[in-house]
Design a protein around this ligand. Structure first.
Ligand code: AHG
Ligand code: MN
Ligand code: MN
Ligand code: MN
Length: 342
């Protein structure tokens, strides 16, 4: 989208949240307060990310997380900042994080929180020490009515279509927050001089087709044939005019950054099943589902290769699923090759 113009100063995210309060009927402002808690945590993580190299926040914690990944200091710090902000806010009764094995109940006695928040506190950790864009992804559910007051781990395991909101932050050349509450997708850019996110990308729509595809071609040998044929088709036979050839590959190792670029310019991101990851690498609850809601709200498509990501019934908090996500026509092409129709 273009920078919003007219009326001088851009609208702040705070103003926008208030204006859109009607999106969460009956939440009596709790949902707006929850969004604001997340925004506060995002500003704190932004500050930490941008000074990380100066205060010994690079490198590893020395622990391995439940994913079997070496945990970065910033992984853990971002996790702790979001948990602290959500705990302080009081609107949340259950948290699920990439960096914590079990869902975390916030069940201090008077917690009347009605929301579950699942998040990837720091996406693209492998890029932390080399100054390449990283991000945060979050997904918000209402707790099922019959779970209020006695939340269980199962309260976190709802299919993606039930999300009440989903969003991400890209800590890139600027810090951008993009989210949806099911009523379109809007993007906000942080103005660090006033500490406010400003509405820079109202009503984001993703192009139906783009020139970029994002996939780790190092895993080529373990791809299923349909995917090999799809990538080869783009490189050799795809028609010259839609879009102007050649296709180009852009893959930087941070899902959030690859996703955001493709959302704005058109493109497809693929993390397929491969030898090391039989269900793909990305986690359903706090990477695939939130981005799937956003991309569908922006006119794109999000598939596992066996159906829409948002329809997957979760089995466990850290379930993984293959991901084909982005411009609708490009995901259509990919699924056509995977299903053998092409
Ligand atoms: P995270 O840093 O949260 O663990 O996520 C990393 C993910 C995703 O951000 C990125 O696109 C992908 O891992 C890169 O994986 P490969 O290095 O296997 O391509
Ligand atoms: Mn990780
Ligand atoms: Mn991630
Ligand atoms: Mn992560």
């Amino acid at each position: 989208g273009t920078l919003a113009t007219g009326g001088g100063a851009l609208k702040t995210l705070e103003q926008f949240i208030i204006e859109r309060e009607a999106d969460a009927p009956g939440s009596k402002g709790q949902f707006s307060r929850l969004l604001r808690d997340i925004v506060v945590a995002a500003k704190i993580v932004d500050r930490d990310v941008r000074k990380a190299g100066l205060v010994d926040l690079f490198g590893d914690t020395g622990d391995v997380n439940v994913q079997g990944e070496v945990q970065k200091k910033l992984d853990l710090l971002a996790h702790e900042e979001f948990v602290r902000a959500l705990r302080r806010g009081g609107e949340v009764c259950l948290i699920g994080s990439e960096e914590h094995a079990e869902a975390i109940p916030l069940l201090f006695e008077d917690c009347q929180g009605k929301y579950v928040v699942l998040f990837d506190p720091l996406d693209g950790s492998s890029n932390v020490d080399v100054n390449v864009s990283i991000g945060t992804i979050f997904s918000i559910y209402r707790i099922p009515d019959d779970h209020v007051g006695r939340v269980t781990m199962a309260s976190a395991l709802q299919s993606g279509r039930k999300q009440v909101a989903a969003g991400y932050v890209v800590y890139g050349s600027s810090t951008v927050l993009v989210y949806t509450t099911g009523n379109g997708v809007n993007g906000f850019t942080l103005d660090p001089s006033i500490g406010e996110f400003l509405l820079s990308h109202p009503g984001i729509r993703t192009p139906e087709r783009g020139r970029m595809y994002s996939v780790n071609e190092g895993n080529y040998n373990s791809w299923e044939d349909g995917l090999k044929e799809y990538i080869k088709w783009m490189q050799t036979e795809a028609p010259d005019d839609t879009p102007p050839r050649p296709y180009t590959t852009r893959y930087i190792g941070s899902f959030v950054a690859d996703f955001h670029r493709n959302l704005m310019k058109g493109g497809v991101y693929i993390y397929p099943a491969n030898a090391r990851n039989p269900n793909g690498k990305l986690r359903l609850m706090y990477e695939a589902n939130p981005m799937a809601l956003i991309v569908e709200q922006a006119g794109g498509r999000a598939e596992t290769g066996h159906g829409p990501i948002l329809d997957v019934e979760p089995g466990a908090l850290h379930d993984r699923c293959p991901v084909y996500i982005g411009s609708r026509d490009m995901v259509d092409d990919a699924i056509g090759f995977l299903s053998g129709e092409r």
